[in-house]
Design a protein around this ligand. Structure first.
Ligand SMILES: [Zn+2]
Length: 307
């Protein structure tokens, strides 16, 4: 057993040295073409969608555009999801779009589902999406979709369903300090920590570095509490300088960092370049760029029995 395990690690290192490792963008937004056309109308009933959509930095991308971006950026796969609307009907609509996209581009796209945690339909929609091939939940917006991640009762139906089905949940978080931007809400590291405390068995991906929660993993109790927590790098170039990657390594949580671009907000190559210049060695860069994601997504294929 130990021999096989060591052999696999050696193979992994050889693959990484060859540069033949996978790059996976874990945070990509897709929007169906007809929502792109009618976003202003939809925004009348969806204030958070309106707020983000009318921001000068906002862009929309279809699944085809994401696949083109993957090609151009030399990134292998993307985890895609539709907008987390307040209305479950719209969530179902974007979930259908994501399901079609992953069928069309099965080697390139992995689909996550948009959900309203407080909806009575949440479990039904999870199972409908699983049947369509979606494998996780997110990005959910506590402020924008009007739910409280610190409320155990409110979050239990979604989180317990996801624990039972082994689905990771991606939650939007943001910093408590610093410059303002559209989408900077009260979902900070304080609330994120309470959420992780309430659901220790849930695989959680805190978007945007958990609003800084990663730094608190220097506290032993937070390290223990957050053992199923991952952090994505979405919007990082707008938030932190690229020393954050080495800091994450120093804290000892590099194996929980997932490259996520927030595309189409920022091009994917921007992150690859940032990581390359961060001072991380090649193997650590590979972990961030895709190897950590590969493990979380269970994309590891068994190695050929060449030993
Ligand atoms: Zn976000």
């Amino acid at each position: 057993m130990r021999y096989l395990f060591t052999a696999n690690i050696i193979i992994d290192i050889l693959i990484i040295k060859k540069g033949d490792f996978m790059k996976i963008d874990f945070h990509v937004h897709v929007t169906p073409p007809d929502i792109i056309k009618t976003w202003e109308k939809i925004g009348e009933k969806e204030p958070y969608f309106k707020l983000l959509s009318e921001s000068p930095v906002n862009k929309f991308a279809t699944a085809e555009e994401v696949v083109m971006e993957l090609e151009n950026s030399n990134v292998d796969k993307a985890v895609i999801f539709g907008f987390g609307f307040k209305d479950m009907g719209l969530c179902r609509y974007v979930n259908d779009y994501v399901a079609d996209a992953i069928k069309k581009f099965p080697d390139r796209l992995i689909g996550y589902m948009a959900l309203v945690p407080t909806s009575s339909e949440v479990e039904k929609e999870i199972d409908r999406c699983i049947n369509m091939g979606l494998t996780g939940v997110g990005e959910i917006f506590p402020y924008g979709q009007d739910f409280d991640i610190t409320d155990l009762k409110e979050m239990s139906p979604l989180c317990n369903s996801c624990i039972e089905r082994d689905l990771p949940v991606m939650v939007h978080t943001n910093e408590a300090v610093g410059h303002h931007y559209s989408g900077k809400t009260d979902t900070t590291a304080v609330k994120a920590s309470a959420f992780a405390y309430n659901f220790p068995d849930l695989k959680i991906i805190f978007a945007h570095w958990g609003g800084g929660l990663l730094f608190y993993e220097l506290m032993p109790e937070i390290r223990e509490q957050n053992k199923n927590v991952y952090y994505d790098t979405a919007a990082s170039p707008f938030l932190y300088d690229n020393r954050i990657y080495k800091v994450a390594k120093e804290i000892g949580i590099l194996d929980k960092v997932l490259f996520g671009s927030d595309y189409p907000l920022i091009p994917m190559t921007r992150y690859i370049e940032d990581v390359a210049k961060s001072g991380l060695n090649q193997i650590d860069q590979a972990l961030v760029n895709g190897e950590n994601a590969k493990a979380l997504l269970k994309l590891d294929t068994p190695h050929d029995p060449i030993w």
